[in-house]
Structures are given as C-alpha cells and as structure tokens.
Design a protein around this ligand. Structure first.
Ligand SMILES: Cc1cc2nc3c(=O)[nH]c(=O)nc-3n(C[C@H](O)[C@H](O)[C@H](O)COP(=O)(O)OP(=O)(O)OC[C@H]3O[C@@H](n4cnc5c(N)ncnc54)[C@H](O)[C@@H]3O)c2cc1C
Length: 403
C-alpha cells in the first residue's frame, strides 16, 4: 500500500532540498526521496536574491569561515587575438548593494540544508533512490529501491540531468556536449583578493577565480578536454605555477589545495518544464555550463516560482492550470540565461572575426557606459530588475522635469 503525500520531491541535491523546505511552507505534505548529497569540494556563488530565498527558509547565516562576499566582478580579456577589449569591472556599490552575493563551499551548504530538512516535521525524508515511476488515478506512484511505494498529486523532479522522473513523465531532453572541460580546484595565494571575482576570457573558455574566506580562492578553468587531463596530471608545484602564470600573478604566489575535479562541459534543455503531474526544477530542467555562476541560481528561482504558483491555488497541486502557470513563469528566464551563456562561450571559442568583434565591442561598451553596466548587473542578479530600475529612473526624471 502506497504512502500518500501531496507532493513528492525526487532528488535530494541542493535544489531538491531547497524545494522540499520551500514547498513544506505551503501547508502541503511533502516527501523528499533520494540519497544524501555526497561530499564535494566545489564552491557555489549564490547571488543576493538566492540568498534571500534561503534566508526565508531559515538558512541565512553563512559564517565567515564557509562563505566570502563578492563585492566586485572583473572581466579580463586574456586572449591573444587580434581584437581584445579593456578590462571591465562591475562594483556592487554601483547599484547600491554591498555585495553581489556569497561564494559558499558546497560541503557547508549541503550540511546546512540537510540539517534544515531534518528539522522540518512537514517533510518525510526517504533516503532511497526512486527506481520506478507509474501513473495512477489522479496521482503518480514512486517505487523506492527498498520496495516501498509513495504516491502524490505532484512530482517535483529534482533528480538531476539524467532525471528518471522527467523521462517517466514523457518529457524529452536534448543534450549538447561542448569541446571543453572544467578543471576545478581551490588554492591559497599570497596577496589578498579584496573580495573581487575575476573572469579571464581565454581562447579555450573562461578561467574564473572566485574569493573564498581568507587568502583562498576557487578556480574553474575551462580548457579542451585533453588539456584538462594534462593539467590535472601535473604535480602540485607545476600546476600552481601554471595557475599563477595564467592569472598574471594578480594574487601573488599560488599553492593549490588537494582535490582536483574535472567536469566535461555540456548543456541540456527540455521539451517542456511541466506536464503529466510533473514539474522539473534544477538540473532536471536545465543544464548550463559553469560560466557566470548561473546554474544553482536558476534552480532556486525555479523553486521560488513553483512555490508561488502552488500557494496561489487551493487543492490538487498537480493539475494542468498549476503546471501551465509554472511553465509560463519560468520559460523566458531559463531560455534567456541558457542562450546567453551559450553565446558567450561560443564567442570565446570562435576564431571568426565577427564573433570576436561582437564580444570585444560588447565589453568596451559595458566598460564605458555606467548605466548599461548597472542594467546588466541588476539583470544578472534577478531577471526583470534591470528593466524595473530603468522604469523607475525614467519616472524619476519625468517627475523632476515637471514644474
Ligand atoms: C564546476 C561547477 C561550478 C559551478 N558553480 C556554480 C556557481 O558558482 N553558482 C551556481 O549557481 N551554480 C554553479 N554550478 C551549477 C550547480 O552546481 C548546479 O546547478 C547544481 O548543483 C544543481 O543541483 P540539483 O540539485 O539540481 O542537481 P544535482 O546536484 O545533480 O542533484 C540531483 C540529485 O538527484 C539524485 N537522484 C538522481 N536520480 C535519482 C532517483 N532516481 N531517485 C532519487 N534521487 C535521484 C542524485 O543522487 C542527486 O542527489 C556549478 C557547476 C559546476 C559543474
């Protein structure tokens, strides 16, 4: 006999746990199914709107030893191409913020989320994988690895890029593999980072350094897959020297920490974001390359919108009008972010002059035009907030012109 819930969240990665916490606040009964997140040495840059969501869920205190603020973001053209652009720096203070967000260690975030889930009685936690999905009358059934069966009106698929819940709902996914891999590690450095995140644009992809507490930073170095293998095969001293050289020594001498990881770059999009009593969130809904710190921020916005839509309906959360509202709320943001990241990445890889011209001209305009920079920064934090700010500036100007 199946245990019955309003909602099953499949997948207990970061986005699944955030979804369970958020949906439990709507008063619905929530089951969260999936194994605990394994330890991970990566870090995640979460922007202020994402941090505000976590704060409302009671996960707002990131101590100084697990998270570092991102006060400025700098883009440096590190290519050796004909057309190169001047560095561009975005200061959070330009849009009246102290910081864009925080760079948090994944291990610490996972621990905080797991504790919050365990402390929420409205979430029933099942640590097993879902091995099979079935469609029932007005519900979907999940068979767990241990033979137990759960049923719910709505399935929230947070089970990652190879989502079983997505396939069971008949939603098609299309994958694209890039000819790139990211070498990911953390390192110590002799000069302070000043809480500035730096993205060097190179011919193989971005080389991104993000502050960690103290004189430490995390690195995502996008190169060709064979180069990633060669770099990862270097000894600590040689790899540290290569990193310092690539960064033009802006952080002084470099000493890498143990724990190198390689991630092949890929993207994934789906035929729809919700149907058949199933809503997709996080990497079950969209995969973007780790460029510009977008992935989990997008996933948290999925959770916010799904919670808002479910909260606005009485009764069955899996009916078509709920799913249609969720699709409408998320389609534009997901499409815009995925396309922007893809375009930036392709413009770096392309040897074609028009692509190089477009990229360097875009950076030059951003460097020179403060209002445009402010617009881009606001839109980067939260879709629509750049436009909203333009609207309020225009209204303010009209008010000032009136006698
Ligand atoms: C190098 C790198 C750096 C990144 N940096 C950033 C950053 O700075 N900022 C940012 O916003 N994003 C960043 N991202 C993206 C971010 O890591 C992802 O968006 C995020 O981890 C996705 O979380 P998720 O919970 O959707 O998926 P996952 O973390 O993949 O979790 C899926 C979960 O589902 C579970 N599961 C799978 N199958 C089943 C099943 N059948 N039943 C039950 N459970 C199942 C898995 O065990 C797993 O726990 C980065 C990504 C990479 C690779």
């Amino acid at each position: 006999m199946a245990r019955s819930f309003d909602i099953i969240v499949a997948g207990a990665g970061p986005v699944g746990q955030i979804a369970a916490l958020s949906l439990a606040r709507t008063g619905k009964s929530v089951a969260l199914a999936g194994p605990a997140t394994p330890a991970d040495r990566r870090t995640t840059a979460l922007m202020r709107p994402s941090l505000e969501v976590l704060e409302t869920l009671g996960i707002g205190r990131f101590s100084d030893d697990i998270a570092a603020p991102l006060n400025s973001m700098r883009i440096i053209d590190g290519t050796r191409r004909l057309l190169r652009s001047a560095p561009v720096t975005f200061y959070a203070s330009e849009i009246g913020e102290q910081e864009f967000g925080l760079n948090i260690t994944n291990a610490a975030l996972a621990g905080l989320l797991a504790n919050a889930v365990a402390a929420t009685p409205a979430i029933a936690r099942f640590e097993q994988l879902v091995s099979e999905w079935q469609a029932g009358d007005l519900a979907r059934l999940a068979r767990l690895d241990n033979g137990e069966t759960l049923s719910a009106c709505l399935v929230v698929a947070a089970d990652g890029r190879n989502s079983l819940a997505r396939a069971a709902a008949g939603i098609a996914a299309s994958f694209h593999a890039y000819p790139q891999s990211a070498l990911v590690l953390n390192f110590r450095h002799s000069r302070p980072h000043g809480f500035v995140s730096t993205e060097f644009h190179t011919e193989t992809g971005p080389f991104t350094v993000v502050p960690l507490p103290g004189r430490r930073s995390s690195l995502v170095w996008v190169v060709r897959p064979d180069q990633a293998g060669q770099l990862a095969g270097l000894d600590d001293a040689a790899l540290s020297a290569r990193i310092e050289d690539r960064m033009q020594s802006i952080l002084g001498s470099v000493e890498i920490e143990p724990g190198r990881q390689i991630f092949p770059l890929s993207a994934m999009s789906t035929s729809t974001l919700a149907t058949n009593r199933t809503a997709l969130i996080g990497e079950a809904a969209h995969v973007v390359p780790p460029i510009g710190a977008q992935g989990m921020n997008l996933g948290i916005r999925d959770v916010s919108e799904l919670t808002r839509v479910i909260d606005s309906y009485d009764g069955d959360p899996g009916v078509e009008p709920v799913l249609a509202d969720y699709r409408a709320a998320r389609r534009a943001d997901v499409l815009a972010r995925s396309s922007a990241i893809d375009l930036l990445n392709r413009s770096l890889l392309s040897d074609l002059l028009p692509a190089q011209f477009a990229r360097s001209a875009g950076l030059a305009v951003l460097s020179a035009a403060a209002p445009l920079r402010a617009f881009v920064m606001r839109e980067g934090l939260l879709p629509g907030s750049g436009w909203a700010s333009l609207g309020s500036t225009a209204r303010e100007k009209v008010r000032r012109q009136k006698p």
